[in-house]
Design a protein around this ligand. Structure first.
Ligand SMILES: [Zn+2]
Length: 395
């Protein structure tokens, strides 16, 4: 059932032998490339060890939200939410959204049976919090404008789950921005429905940016634009190569990864893309991308490598030598194994924009399962993204 060279499931076999809900569960389990002995791990605790607390929560049905909110830091989701740098009314709004308590049609239908629940704006999907704040037209326009959109890919049952995942994926200083954009999406949506005012994403984001800047006391410093202040890709020191990696999940279809290695001038030396039918969680996909990228660097003979990812939790875990028995930690151990074959490795976190080429690669071949590595004749999408970012860095 396991395809050893790529450490992935034989999906055809799994589908032949198991029921759909079992297939989904099996395909979400990442596999190790190191032929480890089987071991039991408790997936409801971050470190993989059993705890009564997590079992209690599992029984009472709240474990999923808990596991997503417990994350890499000790403080909980709500604590981080109330501490975020944004207006009190945004926090109250976000708290309601997270509890599924916004006046959406889906919410209202629970009190008024028989109510039509199809979205009043797009008329395509049911009007839930998740739809309004991530998937509907105004939401998409604003997420594209502010560049946080890639943080919310994946399959979620509710806005609460999405919010918890985004708090994990985004650096803490962006939580306020994330919450404020959700709030502005809701406002823009209501202005559209009730006042007929079309959504202007640029203007909405300017408003959000100004608000956040004022809160941070940055007003008047000029050119300080939150969400636009994209971290650029920075070349590695002379004699080093920089590896950027990115993982992706394609709802219900599979997972993907991309990696690019560049020299100190920003020239690509290696590009790679992988697609799997395994249904990993986003965090696992990010960790797998890191593993595959490092493995590709080893196989191509690189010696000194700066490894960079847009997943801060992952980079922190590698830097701090985080240990555990969970699936996530198994992949970290796999990665350490390959790192030991490199001469020197250093770790770096970059915001999304600085990781654009790896992101493009991770989404470059969703239709074919397997991996591809290029050392010349790079795919055209990669070349064009590279050119854009080289010129940006020169400007
Ligand atoms: Zn809609």
């Amino acid at each position: 059932m396991i395809h050893l060279p790529t450490a992935s499931w034989n999906v055809a076999k799994v589908k032949e032998l198991f029921l759909p809900f079992e297939q989904e569960r099996i395909l979400s389990i990442p596999l190790s490339v190191r032929l480890l002995n089987d071991s039991i791990c408790w997936d409801l605790e971050k470190g993989g060890d059993y705890s009564v607390r997590s079992a209690y929560r599992a029984i009472f049905g709240d474990y999923e939200a808990e596991i997503r909110t417990s994350g890499s830091s000790s403080s909980n989701f709500w604590g981080r939410m109330w501490a975020a740098a944004t207006l009190p009314r945004v926090k109250v709004f976000f708290w309601r959204a997270r509890r599924g308590a916004l006046p959406t049609l889906v919410g209202l239908s629970k009190r008024i049976p028989g109510k039509n629940i199809v979205c009043s704006v797009c008329r395509v999907e049911d009007e839930s919090e998740l739809h309004c704040l991530r998937d509907c037209i105004t939401a998409r326009l604003l997420w594209d404008e502010c560049d946080l959109g890639s943080a919310m890919t994946g399959c979620f049952q509710s806005f609460g789950e999405l919010a918890a995942a985004c708090f994990e994926r985004l650096p803490r200083e962006e939580h306020g921005l994330f919450m404020t954009v959700c709030w502005e999406i809701w406002g823009a949506r209501n202005r559209w429905i009730f006042e007929g005012e079309r959504c202007d994403p640029r203007r909405s984001m300017d408003y959000v940016t100004k608000l956040i800047s004022e809160l941070k006391g940055e007003e008047g410093k000029g050119g300080c634009v939150v969400g636009r202040a994209r971290q650029r890709w920075i070349p590695p020191p002379a004699g080093w190569a920089k590896l950027n990696v990115d993982g992706g999940v394609c709802e219900g279809l599979g997972s993907s990864a991309g990696a690019v290695i560049r020299d100190e001038k920003g020239m690509a030396l290696l590009a790679a893309a992988w697609s799997f039918e395994d249904l990993w969680e986003p965090r696992i996909a990010e960790a797998k991308a890191l593993l595959l990228g490092v493995k590709a660097a080893v196989e191509a003979g690189f010696v000194r490598v700066v490894v960079e990812s847009g997943c801060q939790g992952l980079i922190n875990a590698m830097k701090s030598q985080e240990d555990g028995r969970s699936c996530f930690h198994m992949i970290l151990d796999d990665t350490r194994h390959f790192c030991s074959l490199l001469g020197s490795v250093s770790w770096s976190f970059v915001r999304r924009e600085g990781n654009r080429v790896a992101h493009v690669l991770a989404h470059s071949m969703p239709w074919e399962v397997g991996g591809r590595v290029w050392v010349a004749d790079f795919p055209s999408t990669v070349c064009s993204t590279l050119t854009v970012y080289l010129s940006m860095n020169e400007s």
